[in-house]
Design a protein around this ligand. Structure first.
Ligand code: ADP
Ligand code: MG
Ligand code: MG
Length: 915
């Protein structure tokens, strides 16, 4: 054999996760640094790919497996398939990227009728041996032979019921023997063949099954959902590990732990264990495990050893670890370790603390956190003022609060989620096959299992709220309901769960935005030390500006003035302006709008002082301020009916003369008022029809409005400049910028600049002060990109409007693309990402680079930024850093993400590759 397919734990390279899988590499590493790992070996991921490609195991592999089993035999002193002193092994999957619960592990392999009797004689514990046996038959039957779990579960439940036993622990050796017999029968019935007695045949079938699971639906779905490409993980390794037993009695246990609390980041022993149980029992949530602190009482010496194990793991990996262990008759074995998945709060806290402890550097502290994770910190929390009474409590398994309609299975969750409903998934316990329900749900609630159950781990990874082990709840999945005492919660009922406290509430509870922790402030201040890009915010109001400031924004990159127009006290004025059929009438409406806009800008500048504020002149097509044609037609219809009623009122009065008996609303409105309303609505309707455009987004908007209705832009410019004058007068330091949208030609810019120059002169002489501000343009049309060199003659700054620029580059209209064909393009790989979320570096990015280069040629100190939605996306931010933009601007809640991403962009700039 030329290729090396197998590595023993003593030899494998602990750094090579791609070849050995994460689990295998770490088993090698732990063995080699002297931790107590049972002997074993790894079959490489490359072998898996060969097998899947050729539909057969590589030549010589099985001989090599035998040789390595031989090594385990030597180390353990046991023999594989031997009647007197049998070696049992586990067969475990593990790829380069940890995919929790995605592929199945077979335990106790090597048991057959012969070795079973051997095991009974050797341990003197028939109950233990039969327990191991029945577990093996079921797992092997399921994983290697493809038999439905339920076939086994039915028999198991039947024996339990017959014996009148509630908990698995209550079953005795005879029950378990019966169950094993029934299970063997199931295998015979389902496969037509007896259960394989030959232990090497068992091993071969299991290895193949693990390899095949790489292409199983669950694994493929998971990789698609989390964008795990073949470059990141290709194929699964197989780990064959000598079994150690946590279920040989009360001096045995099995547990899982985190080196720090993954919910809060607190530096403490964290985890759960079960006495007299096998590993999977803790994770599966079949019995509710005990917190690790109790081990300190129950097995003090082993607890000390566990603390030592934890310390050694962290010191070695310089990262929080998620580990599995088993205690067999007083001996502690470590069975797995990997980097712990934590929520954002915990990641931030551990980064700051591990840096302070000297365990990691500042760069490591920043780089170990995926910027997107910070979004969780801005997740809603329950309003502490809420007076709602909880109806039950479970374990707080993944923090954050969520409300939604109850569903009891993953398929329904997916269906309702697709239909845009918020759902909470309720299960007794979850399994890997429920994963699509997690994606669709706002939160997860289980009645069994602990904080390290499948539900908890997966929900934490996704940053979704989760409560586990809510034992007060009786979840009846078949009847689609949950029962708490005499309270019935049915499918479709709304509940709220708080994953930070474990409390469950009926109905929807008010939520609040969380505040910044001290640790986050520290971490982001470190990020700012490295970042070269500034982070600005897209905000339009003083309140949002203050919020953005508190998140660490150092400017407003985009203030959309139309948002100010939409406020209820201004909209009527804006409508009058639009309805005006001549310049004078329009000017009148604008004169009334002017002081309002000026005050808006003044407040915004003050809120952001001393940072820059970029104000965009009016951009959207005017019809957006008017109701829709349909709405207006309905209104007019209603008004006409109302008029008829008023006429009816008159007739009533004339006939009966009983004015005093009429209800009040009929007393003051008369036909004149209604006629006025009708006339105005009809005018609006006429205007809406006039303004109709086939494609308004490519129509009369942006600077084109400024060209046709200069008085609108002039009013806005005057409001901005007077606000500047007022701030300057009162000594508030500000850096205002006027930005023109949708520009395609230098002539447009020159024209708007001439308004600015004129008004500047007027305001300066009126206030007797010089005004400081910048004038620039958005770059959001392809023509602006190609004419950037000229535009820079007038523009002192460029701001890429990558929403429109992306539409223009792709010739996609965003709404149509996202609703119709884009999902297909993404799913089939025709396009890797949604270009409206992730900046398309290869296409749009090329235009940006060209624009930046030619703009800088004309005006070397030109300031360049991005204000499209993509400006808050880490991958896009790396590109922006790469082409040396000055700033990115994004919505307020994405600012922490952008700050961290900007630091990453700098720290990782040398290995930047486009797309
Ligand atoms: P997963 O990837 O789902 O965590 P594992 O391969 O880690 O699967 O195994 C499932 C469970 O079986 C774990 O609790 C693990 O600790 C336990 N286990 C695996 N191998 C052994 C072994 N050789 N001896 C005892 N327990 C084992
Ligand atoms: Mg597994
Ligand atoms: Mg594991």
């Amino acid at each position: 054999m030329t290729e090396k397919y197998i590595y023993s734990f003593q030899k494998g390279d602990g750094k090579n996760k791609v070849l050995l899988g994460g689990k295998g590499a770490n088993l090698c590493e732990m063995t080699q640094i002297g931790l107590n790992v049972p002997p074993g070996f790894v079959i490489t991921t490359k072998t898996c790919l060969d097998y899947l490609g050729n539909h057969q195991l590589p030549d010589g592999l099985l001989e090599d497996v035998k040789a390595h089993i031989g090594e385990i035999e030597t180390l353990s002193g046991k023999q594989f398939g031997d009647r007197r002193n049998p070696l049992l092994v586990s067969v475990r999957s593990g790829s380069a990227i940890s995919m929790p619960g995605m592929m199945d592990t077979i335990l106790n392999l090597g048991l057959n009728a012969q070795t079973l009797t051997g095991l009974i004689e050797q341990t003197g514990d028939a109950r233990f041996a039969y327990d191991a046996y029945r577990r093996f038959i079921q797992l092997f039957g399921k994983v290697a032979l493809g038999i439905d779990d339920q076939k086994f579960d039915l028999h198991f439940a039947a024996v339990k019921k017959q014996a009148g036993i509630k908990s698995d622990v209550g079953l005795d050796a005879e029950h378990l023997r019966q169950i094993s017999e029934l299970f063997l029968q199931v295998v015979l019935e389902e496969t037509g063949k007896p259960f394989p007695e030959n232990v090497y045949e068992q091993l071969e079938l299991s290895i193949k099954a693990v390899f095949n699971s790489w292409m199983g639906k669950r694994a493929v779905d998971y990789r698609r959902e989390f964008h795990i490409t073949p470059k990141m993980a290709n194929g699964t390794a197989v780990n064959v590990v000598a079994m150690v037993f946590g279920n040989m009695g009360n001096d045995c246990a099995t547990g899982v732990g985190f080196t720090r609390n993954p919910g809060t980041g607190v530096n403490e022993m964290y985890g759960e264990y079960l006495v007299n149980a096998q590993g999977e029992d803790v994770v599966a949530g079949i019995r509710t495990p005990k917190p690790v602190q109790e081990l300190a009482q129950e097995m003090p010496d082993l607890y000390k050893q566990l603390v030592d194990l934890r310390n050694r793991l962290e010191a070695h990996y310089q990262e929080v670890q998620d580990y599995e262990y088993t205690i067999e008759r007083g001996v502690l074995y470590c069975l797995q370790t990997r980097n712990g998945k934590m929520n954002a709060t915990a990641m931030v806290r551990t980064s700051v603390e591990m840096m302070a402890e000297g365990l990691i550097s500042k760069e490591q502290a920043l780089l170990r956190i995926n910027p997107e994770l910070l979004e969780q910190l801005l997740h809603p929390q329950l309003d502490p003022e809420n007076k709602a009474q909880s109806v039950a409590q479970g374990l707080p398994a993944s923090p954050g609060a969520a409300f939604g309609k109850c569903v009891f299975d993953a398929d329904t969750a997916e269906l309702m989620g697709r239909a845009g409903e918020r759902v909470i998934l309720l299960r007794e316990e979850t399994k890997p096959e429920d994963i699509h329900g997690f994606f669709a749900a706002q939160g997860i609630l289980t009645s069994r299992g602990g904080k390290t159950s499948h539900a908890a781990v997966v929900a934490r990874g996704m940053g979704k709220a989760c409560i586990a082990g809510a034992e007060d709840l009786q979840i009846d999945v078949r009847a689609h309901q949950a029962i708490i005492g005499d309270l019935h919660i049915r499918e479709g009922d709304t509940i709220t769960i708080d994953g930070s406290t474990g409390l469950i509430y009926l109905g929807e509870i008010a939520m609040i935005e969380p505040s910044f922790s001290e640790e986050l402030k520290i971490l982001l201040s470190w990020a700012d030390e490295f970042a070269e890009l500034e982070v600005h915010a897209n905000v339009d109001t003083p309140e949002r500006a203050r919020m953005a400031l508190s998140y660490g924004a150092t400017g407003i990159g985009l203030c959309r003035t139309e948002r100010m127009f939409n406020a209820s006290d201004r909209l009527p004025l804006v409508i009058d302006m639009i309805l005006a059929d001549n310049k004078e009438a329009r000017q009148q409406a604008l004169t009334r709008l002017f002081p309002i806009q000026r005050d808006d800008f003044k407040q915004l500048f003050e809120a952001m002082s001393p940072y820059p504020v970029t104000v965009r002149l009016l951009d959207p097509p005017m019809h957006e301020f008017l109701p829709s044609e349909h709405q207006l037609e309905d209104d007019i219809k209603a008004l006409n009916l109302y008029k008829l009623m008023i006429q009816g009122q008159q007739v009533t009065l004339e006939t009966l003369g009983l004015q005093a008996l009429l209800p009040t609303p009929f007393n003051y409105l008369n036909e004149d008022v209604i006629n006025k309303a009708i006339a105005k609505k009809e005018l609006m309707l006429k205007k809406v029809k006039e303004l109709y455009e086939v494609n308004p987004m490519l129509g009369h908007r942006g600077v084109r409005l400024g060209m046709s209705y200069p008085e609108i832009y002039q009013m806005q410019i005057r409001s901005i400049l007077e606000a500047v004058a007022l701030c300057t007068q009162q000594g508030t330091p500000i850096l205002p910028e006027i930005m023109v949208p949708q520009v395609i030609t230098l002539q447009e810019l020159i024209k708007v600049k001439s308004f600015v120059d004129q008004i500047q002169q007027e305001v300066e002489s009126q206030y007797g002060i010089a005004l400081e501000f910048k004038f620039g343009t958005m770059v959001e049309t392809v023509r602006a990109c190609t004419r950037a060199g000229e535009l820079a003659q007038v523009a002192e700054f460029f701001s890429f409007g990558t929403n429109d620029l992306t539409q223009a580059t792709f010739s996609f209209s965003r709404e149509d693309a996202e609703n119709k064909f884009l999902p297909l393009y993404n799913e089939t790989g025709l396009l890797e990402d949604n270009p409206f979320e992730v900046l398309d570096a290869k296409g749009v990015g090329q235009l940006m680079k060209m624009t930046a280069d030619s703009g800088r040629l004309t005006r070397p100190d030109i300031k360049i930024g991005i204000c499209g939605e993509q400006g808050g996306h880490p991958q896009s931010i790396r590109f922006c850093h790469h082409i040396k933009l000055d700033y990115v601007s994004c919505s307020a809640p994405r600012i922490p993400i952008a700050r961290l991403a900007a630091a990453h962009a700098k720290l990782l700039e040398d290995d930047y590759r486009m797309g």
